[in-house]
Design a protein around this ligand. Structure first.
Ligand code: SF4
Ligand code: SF4
Ligand code: SF4
Length: 301
């Protein structure tokens, strides 16, 4: 990891010195060893703060949303999952390719800083399992899918077995069992919106959940409002979720949000085929479910 940090710093310094970028997005160390945060280096003097360590798990492509309306030329370090987020943003026309210099890092699998924080400070100091984060154990794309420069050699995906096994279990339930499962599961949602904030595919400028006139979705944490929130949020992810697992990782109450996302990935794959979201970037190409035609043979709803 130290080698990758050194290389990242070297590349960022070179890009600043050559006048090719105005900002470099990566990670920096926090107060504790496990507190690695997103970071924006603004000059060559900042480059020393850039790190890549076992906790650099945050999907840094999400940080690009803060720069979408500017003109800055942006260097950015990406792992496999982050790079799929960049494809997402390019396809959604949130940023242009010519503003980006992408440094790819084939990802060895990382730990979850939030799990480490819970072990560090939790009530009774209940220890969470050490080792790779769940999303990294389930990773299908550790290698960047888009980059200008690559650091390190390719990694093997860690996902083993049937990726949709948990989804099939839910599908096998009766409608009543399934309703009860989701009613119980979603009853713990506190509507903190962390899963929305961390999601690179949630890139609408005005979010339906923030609208007050009309208020499309109620704001109470009751069964109906919670279900509506998740139904709407995840319907918007169909064909768009890049499976980075960040939403589930940051959920403070441990809701298994990847069950929703994988169900949609599975269904979209079966119904429409084609590459999964963010797996490849073809300029001008439109991903599944993102093209509107006035003469569409189907009804609107
Ligand atoms: S999901 Fe894959 S690419 Fe992303 S941090 Fe984990 S191992 Fe790395
Ligand atoms: S992060 Fe978890 S608790 Fe917060 S809104 Fe999302 S599902 Fe609900
Ligand atoms: S819905 Fe979750 S897994 Fe999918 S892109 Fe958003 S944060 Fe990543």
């Amino acid at each position: 990891m130290k080698e990758i940090t050194n290389k990242l710093q070297e590349i960022a310094a070179r890009l600043f010195n050559e006048g090719k970028i105005d900002v470099f997005l990566a990670w920096e160390k926090g107060e504790h060893d496990f507190q690695t945060k997103s970071y924006a280096a603004r000059s060559v003097d900042d480059v020393k703060n850039i790190i890549f360590n076992e906790y650099s798990i945050y999907n840094v492509s999400n940080s690009l949303l803060k720069f979408r309306d500017g003109q800055e030329r942006i260097g950015i370090a990406v792992k496999g999952c982050d790079s799929r987020g960049i494809v997402r943003l390019l396809e959604d026309l949130q940023i242009t390719r010519d503003r980006l210099y992408i440094v790819g890092i084939p990802c060895p699998g990382l730990k979850d800083p939030l799990a480490a924080a819970r072990s560090f400070g939790g009530l009774g100091k209940k220890q969470e399992p050490e080792g790779l984060a769940q999303k990294c154990l389930e990773c299908i794309q550790p290698n960047p899918v888009i980059y200008d420069e690559l650091i390190g050699s390719e990694q093997t995906p860690r996902q083993q077995g049937d990726r949709f096994a948990a989804v099939r279990e839910i599908e096998a339930m009766t409608p009543d069992e399934r309703y009860k499962f989701w009613e119980d599961t979603l009853s713990t949602c506190i509507r903190c919106y962390a899963c929305r904030q961390v999601c690179v595919a949630c890139d609408c400028r005005t979010c339906i959940f923030d609208e007050m006139k009309p208020q499309w979705v109620g704001r109470e944490t009751n069964t109906t409002d919670n279900m509506m929130y998740h139904l709407v949020k995840h319907a918007h992810m169909a064909g768009r979720c890049i499976e980075c697992g960040e939403c589930e990782r940051v959920c403070p109450v441990g809701i298994p949000l990847m069950l929703f996302n994988r169900k949609l990935i599975k269904d979209v794959g079966e119904l429409f085929g084609g590459p999964e979201a963010g797996m490849q970037y073809v300029e001008g190409a439109k991903p599944t479910l993102s093209v509107y035609r006035e003469n569409d043979p189907d009804e609107f709803i």
